[in-house]
Design a protein around this ligand. Structure first.
Ligand code: F3S
Length: 649
């Protein structure tokens, strides 16, 4: 039987297991990437593992999320990251150079290679045939040390794109359509492989918009086959030599097939505050907009900003709103500036920002309270923009630019009818991506050879091995779809403590309950209760590390998001699945004890554990864990286990 493209790349990198969906496999990692908010912990863990040098073909450290240096803490972190990259042999990208996924796509992404990144949107270069997966920082540290990466073998689903995008519809509308149909949980345990004539018609930047936002579906990854368009993109980047043709076999068997006819796609928009609340733009037209942002790792490329710039040329954005363009990379910003587009945008009233994630996680350009902000980003979770009562809509650059010109949400086709002279801009690649590489320090040109730690850089916390007794007070009962932003918010006032777990843990779950951290400290230990899809969102391992630091021993949830569940194992917190009835019955403040000897049960492969609540009623909680995950839990987490294994030879 033939293989899918995903299976082919996995077969080439397989070191353990078999390609049976649901089974755990170990794969060799060729490249790793880190961003600045997760990177400090990766390097501190790499140091704690006593490793000398990155063993992967390539490692790259980016400074992109928190580039504004409000006080010394963040600047210290960036200096630490530069020193770590220099010491251990990674490339380093300075603040201002751009968002990790954009800069990686431009400089290092390669078809057929595996990439593991400490950021949930790592799958972005799937648009040029790379199999890229987001993971927690500790998994990156271990992979960078030469260890395999373990993941559940995903089901491979074929997304067949028919037809061609009509004018004013864009790649963003394809992934929004996927979200409309499949929801934020629809991709869990899956890789989406895009094929068909519609896929062939898309340029690489359009493909990477789709693979980037596949993360919002909960997918392990998303990927496109490679072709002349991939080759052409790499050649324009001056990296044609890494091209290789990659296709699924003709007789490949997919777990499922989804067909989207691009001819039928109209401009879409995701309403507040979930990326899957997708409707046609016309359904929400007329709502007054106070802020519009074009940028992010989803739509921050030259090819994303140019269509908007063409729409702005010779026009003016509405006076009552703020229109911000933040290029995803310095390369994109530099080419637009050289071609005169930056001046055109500024003349139209656009505020051109530095290349950063910034506003995507509430760092800068926070919207006014209870106002509408339209963004070309990938996430609109409540409060992520930096203010709790936000109303963030997600859309394509064309829809964003149309709203900025009109001052309210409008389908760009209707704006074109109104204005009479507004042409659909289409997608255009520059002849050559010729941005200067002055903000990239290659490993061979490193300027540091030892770690530089400022006073805000703390220690990596370690957990004791798993004991027989696990349980305690249910310190918090939460609903469905709790995100890592709820667990550890990514705003600048909090993120600046990312290298200092003792301090950062004070903010744990503060967006759900401000008293939580203090109550957890007072209690000394406890457990959490949650509904479906607990921990969706980012790969932020702080969302497991901080609860561990506060003494959380187990999380009882109806289901878990993939990366967060792996992070819970990595930090020795037992993730237990409960059914809806148990979830409904449990209350905050309940005393939940696991009746069985947990350490012995985890070690012996026990799946079902009995929980006793307030000494009054019993229920069953299930541990879905591989043998390897059980070994991690037993040792108290991945760091103690890896250290033990290294010491034992
Ligand atoms: Fe950055 Fe937002 Fe992407 S934080 S990596 S632009 S999802």
């Amino acid at each position: 039987m033939g293989q899918t493209l995903t299976e082919k790349i996995l077969s080439d990198h397989l070191v353990e297991g078999e390609l049976t969906p649901g089974e755990e496999i170990g794969i060799e990692i060729d490249q790793v990437l880190m961003q600045d908010t997760t990177g400090t912990m990766v390097w501190l863990q790499f140091e704690a593992l006593d490793l000398d040098e990155a063993q992967t073909e390539l490692a790259a450290q980016y400074c992109d999320h928190q580039t504004y240096q409000f006080d010394f803490k963040n600047t210290d972190d960036h200096r630490f990251l530069r020193s770590a990259a220099g010491t251990y042999g990674a490339h380093f990208s300075r603040p201002g150079n751009g968002i990790c996924h954009n800069v990686h796509k431009e400089n290092f992404a390669a078809p057929g290679k595996t990439l593991l990144g400490s950021d949930s949107h790592t799958p972005t270069p799937g648009g040029l045939g790379q199999l890229a997966i987001g993971a927690g920082g500790l998994d990156i540290a271990v992979a960078m040390g030469g260890g395999a990466y373990y993941v559940e073998m995903p089901e491979v689903v074929n997304v067949r794109l028919e037809g061609e995008l009509p004018e004013w519809s864009s790649a963003k509308d394809i992934i929004l359509e996927m979200l409309r149909r499949e929801t934020v949980k629809g991709g869990v345990g899956k890789v989406f492989e895009y094929t068909g004539p519609g896929a062939e018609s898309l340029s690489v930047p359009e493909r990477t918009t789709i693979t980037n936002m596949g993360t919002e579906l909960g997918a392990t990854s998303s990927i496109f086959e490679t072709d002349e368009k991939t080759k052409d993109y790499l050649e324009r980047q001056g990296r044609g030599e890494v091209y290789t043709e990659l296709k699924a076999d003709e007789d490949a068997e997919y777990a499922d097939e989804i067909v989207i006819d691009l001819d039928d796609l109209e401009p879409l928009i995701a309403c507040p505050s979930m990326p899957d609340k997708v409707v046609p733009v016309r359904e929400v037209a007329g709502n007054k907009v106070e802020q519009v942002l074009i940028g992010s790792c989803t739509n921050g490329g030259y090819e994303d900003i140019l269509p908007a710039a063409k729409m702005f040329k010779g026009r003016e954005v509405a006076k009552h709103l703020e229109m911000i363009v933040a290029p995803g990379s310095k390369q994109a910003g530099e080419i637009l500036a050289r071609q005169g587009w930056t001046a055109e945008m500024m003349a139209a009233g656009v505020n051109v920002s530095e290349a950063t994630c910034g506003p995507c996680i509430g760092i800068g350009h926070v919207p006014a309270s209870d106002s509408i902000s339209l963004r070309t980003f990938n996430r609109n979770f409540e409060g992520r923009s930096g203010i709790e009562d936000d109303n963030v809509y997600l859309c394509s650059p064309e829809v964003a630019a149309a709203a900025a010109l009109k001052g309210e949400i409008i389908d760009p086709r209707d704006l074109a009818d109104e204005l009479g002279d507004l042409e659909a801009p289409g997608v255009e690649l520059p002849e050559k991506y010729d941005g200067a590489k002055t903000d990239l320090i290659y490993a061979e040109d490193a300027i540091d050879d030892e770690l530089i730690k400022g006073p805000n850089i703390g220690e990596v916390p370690l957990q004791d091995p798993l004991g027989a007794e696990v349980g305690g007070e249910a310190l918090l009962k939460m609903e469905d779809n709790i995100t890592t932003d709820h667990i550890i918010p990514a705003t600048s006032d909090i993120l600046k403590f990312r290298s200092n777990i003792e301090r950062l843990s004070d903010f744990t779950l503060s967006r759900v309950d401000e008293t939580f951290a203090q109550r957890a400290k007072d209690a000394g230990n406890g457990v959490l209760v949650a509904g479906e899809n607990y921990g969706q969102g980012s790969s932020r391992e702080h969302a497991a590390m901080c609860p561990m630091y506060l003494g959380i021993e187990a999380v009882f949830a109806q289901s878990f998001a993939r990366i967060h569940k792996a992070n819970l194992f990595n930090f020795g917190i037992v993730p237990l699945a409960i059914d809806e009835e148990t979830y409904e019955k449990l209350e905050q403040g309940d005393d939940i004890e696991i009746v069985d000897d947990v350490a012995a049960g985890v070690e012996s492969g026990q799946q079902e554990f009995t929980i006793r609540v307030n000494d009054e009623w019993d229920a069953t909680a299930t541990l879905n864990a591989s043998e390897r995950e059980r070994r991690i839990l037993t040792a108290g987490g991945k760091l103690p286990l890896t250290k033990q294994q290294a010491e034992g030879g």
